[in-house]
Design a protein around this ligand. Structure first.
Ligand SMILES: [Zn+2]
Ligand SMILES: [Zn+2]
Length: 389
């Protein structure tokens, strides 16, 4: 089969069976709505599904219970293409980041490629990558060598806009624990050491720090322990922060200033402070122009409207960034509804289970599959992608 007929075979897979399976995947994963590292049902469901479709499946790979790897091989040697599936939800608001659609797109692309893999060399692996919202499943996979020997990775994320070359911010999660001394807040407040004041002063100092950081920096926190009773001077408080920036260097520099804000607050209030890094550092997405161009070409052929670059003022963080630092990776964002919606809201969750959202996902999955096929059969393209990396 020539390249053109292979592309036709991939596309026609979406007009029938593959999109039916994708719909089930999207609906089921949406329903399971499991948070980071607790995606037992989702991971098992997806692993069994791939197995029943003839993929060779490894569950709980690289020591991560809710990960999986589903592989299909071509007729001989060739590139190794990784398609990444996410399936974790957010606490309380469920699939408000649309990872059910990411799972559906990943499964769809892998199943469509199965139709043609026998005619080309190489392999396609659907990676079940848990815990994107917290904990960094992909960082663990990267660190444990899961992507060694792979030539490229592809994933698409639902959004309120469509752009091919999306970028992300590095992040470091920091927990601060302050310790003071309890006392009767009415009778003998002077005997207490107020650990809540330390948290409040930390927020105030960070707010002053904001004036002196570059526009890419984001510092946001919540108070997770603020005291137990209003008439007791709090002796133990805790706050969780995320420090983000466009590069790991800037992020690290600002993170140290944030810790200094807390140290200063501890000194001022007579408390002690301890820090804990509650998860791995997410690295920023490293782009790959030839890969992005190849994907853009397929978006255009499928009639998907897009912009090439993203909006530098509207960036989240993702553990896909860490993958992109070790192999060429493309991570487009795509619009799932006409309304102006924001991620991590109930409205976004609604769009993630809407018919429009699903139909957009089928198109994008087709573009991911076609681009993977391009990588598998177009040697000069693969060479360019590698050279750009
Ligand atoms: Zn997400
Ligand atoms: Zn998210």
């Amino acid at each position: 089969m020539d390249c053109r007929s292979l592309r036709e075979a991939v596309s026609s897979a979406f007009s029938s069976d593959v999109s039916k399976v994708m719909r089930q995947v999207s609906e089921n994963v949406f329903e399971f709505s499991e948070v980071a590292f607790k995606e037992e049902k989702s991971a098992e469901y997806l692993a069994s599904l791939m197995e029943s479709n003839g993929f060779s499946v490894e569950r709980a790979c690289y020591g991560i219970p809710t990960s999986f790897k589903a592989e299909i091989r071509g007729k001989g040697p060739g590139p190794s293409v990784a398609i990444l599936a996410e399936y974790d939800a957010l606490p309380k608001i469920g699939h408000a980041c649309g990872h059910n659609l990411i799972a559906a797109a990943g499964v769809g692309a892998a199943l469509a490629l199965k139709q043609v893999i026998g005619h080309v060399g190489g392999r396609v692996v659907l990676f079940g990558t848990p815990a994107e919202e917290a904990g960094g499943g992909k960082v663990m996979l990267v660190d444990r060598g899961a992507f060694d020997g792979f030539d490229a990775a592809l994933i698409a994320h639902p959004a309120n806009h469509t752009c091919i070359a999306s970028r992300s911010l590095a992040w470091e999660p920091i927990r601060m624990t302050f310790r003071g001394k309890n006392a009767h807040a009415g009778a003998v407040p002077h005997k207490g050491v107020n650990a809540l004041n330390a948290v409040i002063e930390t927020f105030n100092s960070i707010n002053a720090l904001r004036q002196h950081v570059t526009p890419d920096v984001r510092i946001h926190g919540i108070i997770t322990k603020g005291g137990d009773a209003v008439n007791v001077v709090p002796s133990l408080t805790e706050a969780n922060f995320l420090v983000r920036a466009a590069s790991v260097d800037v992020m690290s520099e600002v993170a140290e200033k944030v810790r200094n804000c807390a140290r200063g607050a501890a000194l001022a209030t007579g408390t002690t402070v301890e820090f804990e890094q509650t998860g791995p550092v997410y690295e920023p997405i490293k782009g790959n122009e030839p890969l992005e161009k190849a994907l853009a070409g397929n978006f255009a052929k499928l009639g998907i409207e897009f912009s090439l670059g993203g909006d530098a003022t509207n960036m989240g963080s993702t553990d896909v960034g860490n993958v992109s630092q070790v192999i060429p990776t493309v991570h487009p964002m795509y619009k799932i509804c006409e309304k102006e919606i924001v991620g991590h809201t109930p409205e976004f969750a609604e769009a993630s289970c809407s018919e429009d959202g699903f139909q957009c996902t089928v198109k994008v999955a087709e573009a991911l599959a076609l681009t993977s096929l391009d990588l598998l059969c177009d040697e000069p393209l693969m060479a360019e992608v590698k050279a750009a990396f």
